[in-house]
Design a binder for this molecule. Structure first.
Ligand code: ADE
Length: 236
């Protein structure tokens, strides 16, 4: 069975969207994974198939209804479906490469891409949704976050990426940002390529890259740098 992504959304036309291009798109066409978008409105209430209502307690915006969302989820997620059910939300636990690896190694995902001001809390509890955020900023809906999550998983499926994926991956999973890369031309607008990289000395190249990865991580991501404590610092 191939890896399955099901997205519940009021904008089903956004899928596969960008995931239909490039390597993810080729793998989709080849049947390595599948992408199904389910229109939440099909489970809406009344003539207007409405999916939201005003918040209990007052206040601005609208809240997605628990009953409507439960019908949508239950239509795709049967008892024999072991896929995790995730709600994309800025309130969720930040998505990281460790969770992405776990999700990619499983049967797939059921994603709820919410709009409006939020989702009735009872639905999150009753369907045991895992809330996941893709960063500390607010998107106008979960759809673009769903694209990001699916893309991160699909590129890890066997046969989707070549060897080039693994280098960056290893660096990131070792808790470091990637070292700077260069290619031809030898000189660009007066800037050369660091001497060591054209020296042919592989040990020196390796040490330089390690030092640069560490420098960038310290400068840009003190949080990642501090969290590296688990692994002893490697001697370059
Ligand atoms: N929906 C709106 N903002 C989001 C975010 N940062 N991550 C995941 N889903 C979202």
């Amino acid at each position: 069975m191939s890896w399955r992504a099901t997205v519940l959304t009021i904008f089903p036309e956004l899928f596969p969207g960008p995931l239909g291009a490039s390597l993810a798109g080729k793998a989709l066409a080849a049947g390595v994974w599948s992408c199904e978008a389910v229109d939440i409105r099909n489970f809406g209430e009344g003539k207007h198939r409405s999916v939201d209502d005003t918040p209990a307690g007052g206040g601005p915006g609208m809240v997605m209804r628990a009953d409507v969302l439960a019908r949508a989820i239950d239509s795709v997620s049967q008892r024999d479906d072991s896929r995790p059910k995730l709600l994309l939300s800025p309130r969720g636990k930040p998505l990281d490469q460790v969770r992405v690896r776990q999700l990619a190694a499983g049967p797939g995902v059921v994603l709820l891409a919410a709009r409006f001001e939020g989702v009735d809390e009872r639905l999150i509890e009753a369907r045991r949704l895992e809330e996941v955020s893709i960063g500390d900023y607010v998107l106008s809906g979960g759809e673009i976050a769903a694209h990001a999550l699916i893309d991160a998983c699909v590129r890890l499926l066997p046969g989707v990426m070549g060897k080039e994926a693994s280098g960056a991956e290893e660096s990131f999973e070792a808790g470091l940002l990637e070292y700077p890369q260069y290619t031809r031309p030898q000189e660009f607008e007066g800037r050369g390529i660091p001497e060591i990289l054209v020296s042919g000395d592989h040990a020196k190249v390796k040490a330089w890259r390690r030092a640069e990865a560490e420098r960038l991580t310290r400068e840009r991501r003190p949080d990642l740098w501090a969290g590296r404590g688990a692994k002893p610092p490697e001697k370059a």
